[in-house]
Design a protein around this ligand. Structure first.
Ligand code: GTP
Ligand code: GTP
Ligand code: MG
Ligand code: MG
Lengths: 290, 273
């Protein structure tokens, strides 16, 4: 627990009345360890610690009567600055909006697509789930089952090439008054140029309102490269972090924010259709810092 | 990131960055740095020392699969959601079938949408039998069915799929214990292998996964998946060091042939770029 560890470091202060540089160094080291253990990328952790050191100096922390609390507040603010705020799904009225979900294999795209459809439906939108994974065994069956089990509409035609399928889906949306098409794409690696080019082609062929990167909260240091890699091929408009109900501390969220600057829109907190929460920076900070 | 990518003027800083970037964790990194300071390792020997440490950790475990003297050999696949359990089962089934073994699959994930269907498609492609029940059935019941069928059909190897689950869900871990008990009751011993399928991109949460899963069921080995991605799977280093559980297989892609027996030298080679 960071707070307890900092209080231990600063306990000796009582007898001296003022913190030494050694005390400050130890507290910064403690913060660095906390961030690294929370899967914050080591480059970002270094930057956060430097900023905390700078701000602590500005606030004359050596003379503080409550240095542990004060340094934690500084740390919280630094992390919150990186996290930014929640942001709604950008849906324009009176048009066929497209929302595309992309990400690594197994990150939770298909499940999240269904969760988003329910969320949007409850907001009065008319969502249509569009399966867009032509490779994984039973990928379409999975999305169709999720739709049927939860009273959601799904486009069930997947014959022809991917671009043709989307054109047909858009026509279907037009004829049936759907205003949001949720494209559930196949899992892919950001380092696989062929599949990333396929994604770029879709992004360039159609007007996509939201392109959301779906990331697994259990990802470690690699999150930085992954977010960067996806950003190079498609214009991301936001991120969704899944499996947040695990004990993962979610430091990878900072990597996504740092590299893309785009908002984290939702957090997946379970396998059920309602297990989708709107991003709350305070909740994320406390999980990272413990 | 390759070990020798930066200039060697600050080798300790470089090796620390290497360890952190590859998810070895801050505890492992600090211990290693303390070691090279105590042993007064010179800059040009730091990388070799790390490779040696890694080799010792990995070679201290036995990556071989253990078959009992009776058939069917029973392998249970467990792990967090989306790590590659179902796909890994198909790959191992293919591997063993090519070795002339009679393989059968059990669709033990009765929870997730189209989970059984996904494994059924693999069974059909491989032309091997599969036991499944409808979605929502009790997983213990499907496993029991599978065991009976495997015994009556003289199956050599029975591969059992289970639903993904996060380590924070105690009730789901208890469900796994129940599945282990069903198997033990039927064949008179625990599963020959209970393999935790671990995603190579995983960070420090990998340690929690191993810690908690192995506290509830006997984990005999790890299958490391998605090593073909941009992550080295370095989290296995602190895991193997701390828990002594061997990595038995490594998966390198989405196709049926993309699996190999774990090999320390090959892994270290991949790690050091
Ligand atoms: N615990 C938990 N599990 C989740 C969450 N989101 C998704 N899952 C599970 O993660 C696994 C993978 O989810 P999918 O939706 O199939 O992932 P995907 O990204 O579509 O996978 P691919 O299409 O193969 O790339 C499933 O078992 C889901 O139930 C979440 O927020 N929490
Ligand atoms: N690139 C790559 N993808 C993999 C590998 N193993 C599995 N996958 C992909 O990861 C995704 C999830 O695989 P599954 O086998 O469904 O994972 P799972 O653990 O059974 O998932 P749940 O049952 O939902 O918990 C699929 O898209 C697979 O094709 C691998 O070694 N490399
Ligand atoms: Mg999917
Ligand atoms: Mg599965």
């Amino acid at each position: 627990n960071l707070k307890i560890n900092l209080q231990i470091i600063f306990k000796k202060l009582r007898s001296k009345g003022k913190l030494s540089n050694e005390d400050i160094k130890n507290s910064l080291r403690e913060i660095r360890v906390t961030l690294l253990e929370a899967d914050v990328n080591y480059k970002i952790a270094k930057e956060i610690v430097d900023k905390v050191a700078e701000e602590a100096k500005k606030q004359n922390i050596v003379e503080s009567l409550t240095p542990a609390e004060q340094i934690i507040t500084i740390l919280y603010n630094e992390i919150k600055n990186i996290l930014g705020d929640a942001s709604p799904i950008n849906i324009e009225p009176n048009k066929r909006n497209l929302v595309m979900l992309a990400g690594l294999q197994g990150s939770g795209k298909t499940t999240t697509a269904a969760k988003l459809a329910k969320f949007l439906k409850e907001q009065g939108k008319r969502p249509l789930l569009i399966p867009f994974d032509f490779k994984r065994p039973a990928a379409m069956e999975q999305l169709i089952a999720l739709a049927k089990n939860n009273n959601l509409e799904v486009f069930e035609e997947m014959t022809g090439n991917p671009i043709l399928v989307l054109k047909k889906a858009l026509a279907y949306m037009e004829n049936n008054q759907f205003n949001v098409g949720l494209i559930d794409s196949a899992g892919r690696k950001e380092i696989d140029t062929e599949t990333m080019e396929e994604l770029r082609t879709v992004a360039n062929t159609f007007t996509i309102n939201e392109t959301l990167l779906v990331l697994d909260s259990t990802i470690g240091q690699g999150a930085l490269k992954i977010a960067e890699g996806f950003e190079q091929y498609i214009p991301l408009t936001g991120g969704i972090f899944t499996k947040y109900d695990s004990s993962a501390k979610g430091g990878s969220i900072l990597s996504f924010r740092y590299v893309t600057g785009k908002p984290v829109k939702f957090i997946g907190v379970g396998e059920k259709i309602d297990d989708l929460e709107i991003f709350h920076p305070e909740r994320v900070v406390s999980k990272i810092v413990g | 990131k390759k070990i020798f990518e930066k200039n060697d003027s600050n080798s300790i800083e470089n090796i620390e960055e290497f360890m952190l970037e590859n998810n070895f964790g801050v505890e492992f990194a600090e211990n290693f740095i303390e070691k090279i300071r105590e042993e007064r390792v010179t800059d040009k020997n730091i990388e070799e020392t790390l490779k040696e440490s890694i080799k010792n950790i990995l070679d201290n475990t036995d990556p071989k699969i253990h078959f009992a003297n009776s058939i069917p050999a029973v392998f249970l696949f467990v792990g967090t959601n989306g790590t590659g359990k179902t796909t890994s089962i198909a790959k191992l089934a293919h591997l063993y079938k090519n070795q002339g073994k009679k393989v059968m699959l059990v669709a033990g994930d009765t929870f997730r949408a189209a989970a059984s269907k996904q494994l059924e498609i693999w069974a059909t492609k491989l032309n091997i039998p599969i036991v499944m029940q409808k979605e929502g059935s009790d997983p213990g019941a499907v496993v029991f069915d599978g065991l009976n069928s495997a015994v009556s059909k003289n199956i050599d190897i029975l591969l059992i799929d289970s639903a993904g689950r996060v380590e924070t869900k105690k009730n789901l871990l208890k469900e796994l214990q129940k599945i282990e008990r069903v198997i033990e009751k039927k064949i008179g011993r625990k599963p020959d292998e209970t393999l935790l399928v671990l995603d190579a991109y995983t960070g420090q949460n990998g340690l929690a996964q191993i810690e908690i899963f192995s506290s509830m069921v006997n984990i005999s080995g790890i299958i490391l998946t998605k090593i073909d991605g941009s992550s080295s799977g370095g989290i296995i280093i602190p895991i193997v060091q701390k828990y002594g559980i061997p990595v038995k297989f490594i998966c390198t892609g989405e196709n049926i042939e993309d699996i190999e027996q774990f090999n320390t030298e090959a892994f270290i080679k991949m790690l050091s770029g």
